[in-house]
Design a protein around this ligand. Structure first.
Ligand code: 4AD
Ligand code: MG
Length: 430
């Protein structure tokens, strides 16, 4: 008799099968035990009767949660059962009897659960989130692939700072001194566009941010696109297509999982182009109107973003920040040199920034001055400056944070549940 996955039960109704898995839950009486089995593809209720399985029954009746089993039995259709089928068991082999599982039904605090993350990941809600994350990343890749982008794997060890020099993790690199863990793949993507036109990368990025917020991780996954001959507006058009594609695909294919985690999916149906677009200066007016004392030149904080997204039923781009607020590589506004051609995309329902993007500075001298003004060492940017010496063209790109996007689509308060093993200011275990 072959091993059968629970997800294949529909093809084995009334047949005898073997299932291997874990005891996710158990309810027992004198002569019958109801085991909820989980096998990595789904869950099913297994009915174990004392009279059928004999001597092993007393042990099954007290079997600790998360013990692993090999179970033989008949698949029976049962609408009321989780998954729609039941297994009527006639034989059981205990593969491993578990110790008492530390995560129970009672409420646990986030710190406890995070310290048990390696075990917490077996709970139904976390399983659904991991499945949705997987799907979102697949749709992200699909979008870029359909639209003619080439995937480029950019390095993790870097010698240049891509975003903010106060956020770098440094690593001793043999005799070469310090290198940094990558904050972005963007600068390297820019080197690929003369050969490939449209490129993207998807990988881990690192920021030594001392922020303990619901939006910050020190290690997170970012997908970045970079496009030759795209100007600022083309960049925003592409981003709203991209985000809408990922959200609508998730709704179409993962509605079940979203419902399991009790996501209200109505607000997501609305995520279609066009998104709203307001300028940084307009955003400041809105915030001041609401009593904020934010000054021109400061970046929007988490609370500011929450306030703004509350006013819109779709994502909103905040365009054209002051040059001094943003990274050195952004293109100076042609009419207003104190601004740059950039936009952050804020997700609705209070989620805030999920994308940072911009047109890139393509003028060698303006870029060189920007590097100096930001206190960076032009020597280290030799290769990047070369890109403005050999066929410089207008180009743009953006980066979307995977965890913030998963948090928004899943409706989670904090990014810590969107990544298998979160790395935060006070947590690098397990
Ligand atoms: O706005 P950021 O810093 O932009 C860049 O890195 C550009 N180089 C992207 C580009 O133009 N190619 O980061 C992009 C996104 C943010 O909008 C956010 O979603 C996510 O990355 N992000 C973080 N996510 C979790 N934890 C953090 N500490 C994050 N920092 C940024
Ligand atoms: Mg940003």
């Amino acid at each position: 008799m072959e091993n059968c996955f629970i997800s294949d039960f529909s093809r084995h109704v009334d047949e005898r099968v073997t299932v291997q898995g874990w005891v996710a839950n158990r309810r027992s009486s004198g002569r019958v035990s109801f085991l909820i089995l989980r096998d990595g593809t789904g869950i099913c209720q297994a009915i174990v009767e004392r009279d059928t399985i004999g001597d092993i029954y007393p042990e099954i009746k007290k079997l600790p949660l998360e013990s692993s089993l090999r179970v033989h039995g008949h698949v029976v259709k049962e609408e009321r059962s989780p998954g729609g089928y039941e297994l009527h068991v006639d034989g059981i082999h205990i593969i491993h009897k578990a110790e008492e599982f530390p995560i129970g039904k009672k409420e646990h605090g986030p710190d406890f659960l995070l310290s048990q993350r390696h075990l917490w990941l077996r709970s139904p809600r976390q399983i659904s989130i991991m499945r949705i994350r997987d799907a979102i990343i697949r749709y992200v890749r699909e979008f870029f692939s359909i639209n003619g982008f080439t995937l480029i794997d950019t390095p993790i060890f870097t010698t240049t700072c891509g975003e903010d020099s106060t956020n770098l993790f440094s690593v001793d690199y043999f005799d070469l001194g310090k290198t940094y863990l990558s904050q972005t793949g963007q600068l390297y993507l820019e080197a690929l566009i003369p050969g490939l036109g449209k490129v993207y990368c998807l990988g881990p990025t690192f920021r030594a941010e001392r922020s303990k917020t619901r939006r910050h991780l020190t290690e997170f996954w970012m997908v970045e696109g970079e496009m030759a001959f795209y100007e600022h507006k083309d960049n925003l058009d592409l981003q709203e297509q991209f985000v809408s594609y990922v959200v609508q695909k998730t709704l179409a294919e993962k509605e079940d999982e979203l419902k399991k985690i009790e996501r209200d999916i109505e607000p997501l149906r609305n995520i279609t182009p066009p998104f709203y677009r307001i300028s940084y200066d307009e955003a400041l007016e809105i915030l001041k109107g609401k009593g904020s004392d934010i000054q021109w030149g400061s970046d929007l904080g988490g609370d500011d973003e929450t306030l703004i997204t509350g006013l819109f039923d779709k994502p909103v781009f905040i365009e054209c920040y002051p040059k001094k607020t943003k990274a050195f590589y952004m293109k100076q506004h042609p009419e207003k040199p104190e601004y740059v051609l950039c936009a952050d995309l804020l997700a609705p329902e209070g989620y805030g920034e999920i994308i940072g993007g911009s047109q890139r500075e393509d003028d060698l001298n303006v870029l060189l001055n920007s590097i100096r003004d930001n206190g960076l060492d032009p020597e280290r940017y030799g290769w990047y400056l070369d890109l403005r010496r050999f066929g410089s063209v207008p180009h743009s790109g953006f980066g979307l944070g995977i965890e913030r996007t998963v948090a928004w689509i899943c409706g989670l308060k904090h990014v810590r549940e969107t990544i298998p093993f979160p790395r935060m200011l006070y947590r690098a275990y397990p």
